[in-house]
Structure formats: structure tokens, C-alpha cells
Design a protein around this ligand. Structure first.
Ligand code: R5P
Length: 295
């Protein structure tokens, strides 16, 4: 039997893409609505096939699919189109991890503004948009005439770290120091930041800084862990300065190539949220998305 309806227009459904299965399930629980049955498969030539096995007419639909890597972006577009084939009351596209957000401007002539290109395509087929800790806040502006919201993961990250005896929350670069401070406020401890310079896609350099961490448990928090170079460099400083335990926590666990192995060599615990489902996922951002969805 179908669970009852929060919307005045009709039922509410969460439609989950294959990149966001865990999160879709959790979000449906938080919204107290149904998770739609969806068939998703690949043809022998790797083209994607989707089919929504529910009646969505008159429903408010939350479509959840992380937009990374590329094959999941195509699946997202097909799911949007499939939802639109019904006479839905509303479609909110939830993109937990918005890929390409690091290319939010032209760094060299001739480049695309990749984040904007993706935003335009998603916007073309949705009424509302929600994402989580998007790397470039300008992404939200590209949804100009529809409702677009950037949900913060820090309350759930802080909640996860609370009770682990963390004494310092560290941002590996100045740009994310406010994020570290917000996490630290939930944990109820100090926050600090390092000064990072990115030399190329895989190499970063950190200015040494005395952090006063001897014998302390420290959490390094970042929005994305990709190659792991940022966290490895920060952890090396912490180790040299005698930190007792190092926790690496990110919203989006991309973990490119051998990043996880590199991190396991320097960190005691590695944890990420369910915006990208991976072996380190241990925090759900679903309560934050649900709160925003209800606003
Ligand atoms: C950079 O501004 C981001 O906040 C992350 O620090 C960065 O994406 C991490 O990348 P990596 O793991 O490759 O060092």
C-alpha cells in the first residue's frame, strides 16, 4: 500500500538513479513518501535504458541522481525525460554531487564553462533544483529563473564527528575555513586552516604552520577528495607535529585512481557522505535535503 501524501496536489515520490540508490532510499524515509520502482539497465553498446514503473501523474517528484561520472549524467537526463512523460505536479531534480563544478570559469581562452553547460542542461527539464555543497556557488546562479538551492552537509558531518573526541577541525585551504568552523561549532571544538597552493591537477603544496596538535585528535574536512593530494599533504603536517589520530572527512568522495590507498597510509579514519556512494560512505545528507525540500 502506498504511503500517504505530504503534498496537497497528490502523492509524493522519490525517483532514484543508479548513482544515488542509498541516498534516494534515505530521502524517501525522511520525506515519508514512496521510493518509485525504476528499471535501469545498459544495452550491449552501453547506451542507457530507464523505465519508471509507477504512475506519477499528479505527484510531486524528487529525482535524485549524482551528476558524475559522465554516464550518470546521461542517466539523469533520461530519468528527467521519463518523469516528464507523466503529468507530474512538480519535478525537483536533486543532484547530490554536481560534477564539473571546478570548471566554473574559463581559465584559458577556448575552454567551456563546463559547470554552466551542465546547469543549463539540467535546468531545461526541471521545475526546481537542489544540490549539496557545490564546489562553485555560481552554479546556483545559472538556474536563475527556477528555484535552486545549495544544501550544506556540515550539520550531518559535525554530528558524525561529535563524540569521537575531536579537538581540532582543520580546513586544508583557506577557501574552506568557514566550512571547518561550522563543523567545529557542531562538534564544539576549535577550527583552523592551512594555506594550500595547487601546482597542477595532482600536486599541491602547503605552507607549514604550527597547529599545536601534539597528542590531539584532528579532523580534516573538505568538500571534495579527488586525488587525495590535499588531504595527504595536510596529514603529513599533522603527523610531523604529533597528532594522535587523523580523521579525513569530505562531502564528496570522488577518490580518483589510488586516492583511497594513499589516504589509508596517512589517515586513521576516512569518511564521506552519500552524495557519492563509495566504501567510505558513513554519513547521509538526506535529512538536510529533506529539510530543504520541505521549505
Ligand atoms: C579544492 O578547492 C577542493 O576544495 C578540494 O580541496 C580538492 O578538490 C581536493 O582535490 P585533491 O583530493 O585532488 O587534492
Amino acid at each position: 500500500m502506498r504511503m500517504e501524501v505530504i503534498s496537497s496536489a497528490g502523492t509524493m515520490f522519490v525517483v532514484g538513479g543508479s548513482a544515488s540508490k542509498l541516498l534516494s532510499k534515505e530521502l524517501a524515509k525522511c520525506l515519508r513518501c514512496e521510493l518509485a520502482r525504476v528499471e535501469i539497465k545498459r544495452f550491449p553498446d552501453d547506451e542507457c535504458y530507464v523505465r519508471i514503473e509507477e504512475e506519477l501523474d499528479d505527484s510531486d517528484v524528487f529525482l535524485v541522481q549524482t551528476a558524475w561520472p559522465d554516464r550518470n549524467i546521461m542517466e539523469l537526463f533520461l530519468l528527467q525525460d521519463a518523469v516528464r512523460e507523466f503529468d507530474v505536479s512538480s519535478l525537483t531534480t536533486v543532484v547530490p554531487y554536481f560534477g564539473y563544478a571546478r570548471q566554473d570559469k574559463q581559465f584559458k581562452p577556448g575552454e567551456p564553462i563546463s559547470a554552466r553547460a551542465l546547469a543549463r542542461l539540467i535546468k531545461a527539464n526541471t521545475d526546481e533544483f537542489i544540490t549539496v555543497d557545490v564546489h562553485a556557488p555560481s552554479v546556483i546562479d545559472w538556474f536563475d529563473d527556477i528555484s535552486a538551492k545549495n544544501v550544506a552537509a556540515y550539520p550531518q558531518i559535525g554530528k558524525h564527528l561529535k563524540g569521537k573526541g575531536i579537538e581540532l577541525v582543520l580546513s586544508p585551504d583557506e577557501g574552506r575555513k568557514d566550512h571547518a568552523k561550522r563543523v567545529a561549532d557542531v562538534v564544539n571544538c576549535e577550527a583552523d586552516f592551512l594555506v594550500k597552493e595547487r601546482l597542477d591537477g595532482e600536486t599541491v603544496q602547503m605552507t607549514p604552520k604550527n597547529l599545536g596538535v601534539r597528542g590531539k585528535k584532528v579532523a580534516i574536512v573538505d568538500d571534495i577528495i579527488s586525488t587525495g593530494s590535499t588531504i595527504v599533504k595536510a596529514s603529513e603536517q599533522l603527523r610531523k607535529q604529533g597528532a594522535a589520530r587523523i580523521f579525513a572527512v569530505c562531502t564528496h568522495g570522488v577518490f580518483a585512481a589510488n586516492a583511497l590507498d594513499r589516504l589509508k597510509g596517512v589517515c586513521d579514519e576516512i569518511c564521506s557522505t552519500d552524495t557519492i556512494e563509495n566504501p567510505t560512505t558513513c554519513i547521509s545528507v538526506s535529512p538536510e535535503i529533506a529539510r530543504t525540500a520541505r521549505d
